[in-house]
Structure formats: structure tokens, C-alpha cells
Design a protein around this ligand. Structure first.
Ligand code: ADP
Ligand code: ADP
Length: 234
């Protein structure tokens, strides 16, 4: 069974006079462990597709099944729990809480889930080490560079070890070195933990890390590329 199923999904914004068909009858499936990119011109529906898939937004019609769960059938509280347990999100603008330290931002998803203190500390050390955040744990977001902020956002997204990670332009505000590091890290997570990743990007370099790319235009998928073998590094 597919890990993610998008079935005949449409999304319409606006009212009678000015309707925008942001997604038009989109269907596809994703298997566990895939690293999928969504590419397309501005206004194509990329963010809408990611939001509808990641339960941030509801489709106007059609269904999204994540790990066999029809997420539109879940009540608010069930949905919140499902998100915390199975999904991770990395946003372009980081969404870090400015009043909290890096440490507090990182462990936030675990504190909400009432995870045991010792488990939280172990996970925090591990995440901080692999993302190079050990020296930054007591700083506040406004004391960090953009690349550091994105690493914290990434750490917060994966500290719960989500089955499914959604990322909207995760390298959009990063310099080339930070972008490469983040992408190598995501690839590693995908390879070693079988984390399924769905990433929106309009950047070819970023997309080159995906194993499969869906091309979207005018709210419809019009092409798909599947990488054969390993990514060739020049
Ligand atoms: P992309 O991410 O590919 O740039 P979006 O998914 O953001 O595209 O937008 C797809 C279309 O839907 C665009 O025409 C956009 O203006 C429109 N749209 C997106 N969000 C909204 C909204 N909240 N209200 C009205 N129109 C929207
Ligand atoms: P992106 O290019 O990353 O998809 P946008 O700048 O298009 O992002 O959209 C940013 C936010 O504004 C999103 O939450 C989107 O839903 C909303 N939005 C986009 N287009 C419209 C629109 N025409 N009317 C209202 N909200 C919109």
C-alpha cells in the first residue's frame, strides 16, 4: 500500500466572482522512503499542494491519505496528535519562536507530547550534534545567522523522528554552503531512517537532491522525473 495517497484533490480559493483553481484534480502516490520534489513556476500551486498534503490546509474536494489515515476525517485533537507523532514541517521563514532559546525551540514538539525528560535530553544532544548546534543552545533566534536558524528549524522538525517530512523552499533563504549542508543532511535522513520527504522548491540545485520530481503548472501535475541510481556529484 502506498505511504501517501493524493486522490483527485482540488483546491479552489475565493468566491463566485474571482475563483482561483489552485489545484485541479491532482492524483499521485508516494511510497515509504521516497524523497520527492515539487517544482513549477510561481503560482503553479506548489505551496497549496504541500499545505493540503501536510494537513495545514483542507482540499476543496478529493482525499489525502497519510500512512493509511484519511486525514480529513480526523477531528482537531486527533489531527494535532497525528501531526505531532508522524509529521515534521520545515518552513521557508523558519517559524521559530523568538522568545524561546534554541534549546527550547528544539524540544518544543517533545514537550507538547509529554515525552520523558531523559528521552528529551538524549534526543536533544543527538540532534544538536548532527546539526552542529551544540554551541548555540542557549542563544535566541535573533542572535543566529540565517543558516543557523534554518538548522534549528530543521532540528525541531525532525526531533520527533517523523515518518514524513514536509519542506517548503527549505533552502530559499540560505547561502549555497548552508543549503548544501541542509540538503546533505536531509538526504542522509532519507537514506538511513527511511524518512519520507516531500519538498517544494523552484531551485534546480535543491531539486537535484530529490529522487523523484513532480512538475506542476496551473494546478496540475504535467510531468514527472525519476532519478536512476545515485545522485552524481561533480
Ligand atoms: P506556488 O506555491 O506554486 O507559487 P501557490 O500554491 O502559492 O503557488 O498558489 C497557487 C494559486 O493559488 C495562485 O494563483 C495563488 O495566487 C492562489 N492562492 C494561494 N493561496 C491563496 C489564498 N489563501 N487565497 C487566494 N488565492 C490563493
Ligand atoms: P509561495 O510563493 O512560497 O508559494 P506566496 O508568496 O505565493 O508563497 O504565498 C504566501 C502566502 O500567501 C500563502 O499562505 C498563500 O496561501 C497566500 N496567498 C498567495 N496568493 C494569495 C492570494 N492571491 N490571495 C490571498 N492569499 C494568497
Amino acid at each position: 500500500m502506498a505511504f501517501v495517497e493524493v486522490k483527485q484533490v482540488s483546491k479552489i480559493y475565493g468566491h463566485r466572482a474571482s475563483l482561483v483553481h489552485a489545484l485541479n484534480q491532482v492524483s499521485f502516490t508516494i511510497d515509504k522512503g521516497e524523497f520527492v520534489g515539487i517544482m513549477g513556476p510561481s503560482g503553479a500551486g506548489k505551496t497549496t499542494l504541500l499545505n493540503v498534503m501536510s494537513t495545514i490546509d483542507q482540499p476543496s474536494s478529493g482525499q489525502v491519505l497519510l500512512n493509511g489515515e484519511n486525514v480529513s476525517r480526523l477531528h482537531d485533537q486527533q489531527l494535532a496528535e497525528f501531526r505531532r507523532q508522524q509529521l515534521g514541517f520545515i518552513f521557508q521563514d523558519f517559524n521559530l519562536l523568538d522568545a524561546l532559546t534554541v534549546r527550547e525551540n528544539l524540544i518544543l514538539p517533545l514537550s507538547l507530547d509529554k515525552t520523558a525528560y531523559t528521552v528529551i535530553q538524549t534526543r536533544l544532544q543527538h540532534i544538536a550534534q548532527i546539526l552542529g548546534l551544540e554551541q548555540l543552545l542557549d542563544r535566541y533566534p535573533n542572535e543566529l545567522s540565517i543558516g543557523q536558524k534554518q538548522r534549528v528549524a530543521c532540528g525541531r522538525a525532525i526531533i520527533t523522528a517523523p515518518e514524513l517530512l514536509f519542506a517548503d523552499e527549505p533552502t530559499g533563504s540560505l547561502d549555497s554552503k548552508s543549503a548544501t549542508e541542509l540538503l546533505q543532511y536531509l538526504s542522509q535522513l532519507n537514506d538511513t531512517d527511511q524518512t519520507t520527504i516531500m519538498m517544494v522548491t523552484h531551485d534546480a540545485f535543491t531539486a537535484s537532491y530529490c529522487k523523484r520530481i513532480l512538475f506542476i503548472k496551473d494546478g496540475q501535475i504535467f510531468a514527472e522525473l525519476i532519478r536512476q541510481g545515485d545522485r552524481k556529484q561533480f
